[in-house]
Design a protein around this ligand. Structure first.
Ligand code: NAD
Length: 244
């Protein structure tokens, strides 16, 4: 237990599972009021039950009405939003030649437009407070690309574009915007990858293993906290050095 986020109100998207859930738990340990949002209603209920000082909302980052409803309730109760973690994301992998238009659109809608939707709706409250921190989920795939991930890698490059643009637009108003670029982290998203590819990833990573969700939560914690008060517009790779 610490107080690195004492009394900060933090909205995390896709927070019912994986990295988002680990981040919610880590933020709660550091004294934040954690708003767990996710499209998966049952998982939200479970996650809230396991996280101290947390509230939950069923929220789809593609549905602006559901985002606005959650924000309105948070503002009514707490009067402010200090931190937004844009973590929700999906994969639908296929090689370029085989990728369907539906696969392409689904990933763009969640990973790219979802980040735009949430940030655009939360930021007015941060502007009013003249302070805030936004941290976006990019990926090493958003720096280097990846076989079979035309749609996903485009969104993760795009998230870095958002990050650097918003860091310029919002920095002067007291709002910092950064991105995390995880390598391969042991969550459900990665478990869907073929075993042979997973073995290859472990071999290529200089730490010889996948990352843990809690290790990514620490990176979100740092960038969202006042310890990172002079960090704005970075895309911080946390991958065990897989790209070296
Ligand atoms: P995960 O699949 O374990 O969890 C993602 C969560 O997002 C789920 O609870 C899911 O219900 C929720 N979600 C999906 N669509 C949603 C929507 N439309 N609205 C709201 N919530 C939605 O994934 P994860 O591995 O924890 O990944 C989290 C983020 O980190 C993603 O943006 C992912 O792209 C990124 N990332 C993950 C890895 C990795 O190796 N796991 C690597 C790099 C980046």
């Amino acid at each position: 237990m610490g107080n690195r986020l004492k009394d900060k109100v933090a909205i995390i998207t896709g927070a019912a599972k994986g990295i988002g859930f680990a981040t919610a738990q880590r933020f709660a340990q550091e004294g934040a009021k954690v708003i767990i949002t996710d499209i998966n209603q049952e998982a939200v209920i479970e996650a809230v039950a396991q996280t101290p000082n947390a509230e939950g909302f069923t929220m789809n980052v593609m549905d602006r009405a559901s985002i606005q409803a959650a924000i309105d309730q948070v503002m009514q109760k707490h009067g402010r939003i200090d931190i937004l973690i844009n973590n929700a994301g999906i994969t639908q992998d296929a090689r370029l030649i085989k990728m369907t238009e539906a696969q392409f659109d689904a990933v763009i809608d969640v990973n790219l437009k979802g980040v735009f939707n949430c940030t655009q709706l939360v930021v007015p409250h941060m502007l009013e407070a003249k302070s805030g921190a936004v941290v976006n989920a990019s990926s090493v795939v958003g720096i280097y690309g990846n076989f079979g991930q035309t749609n996903y890698s485009a969104t993760k490059f795009g998230v870095i574009g958002f990050t650097k643009t918003w860091a310029r637009e919002l920095g002067p108003k007291g709002i910092r915007v950064n991105a995390v670029c995880p390598g391969f982290i042991a969550t459900e998203m990665v478990k869907t990858m073929p075993e042979k590819i997973l073995q290859d990833i472990k071999r290529r990573s200089w730490l010889g293993r996948l990352g843990a969700p809690a290790e990514m939560a620490n990176v979100y914690l740092f960038l969202a906290s006042d310890e990172a008060s002079y960090i704005n517009g970075v895309a911080l790779e946390a991958s065990g050095g897989i790209s070296l």
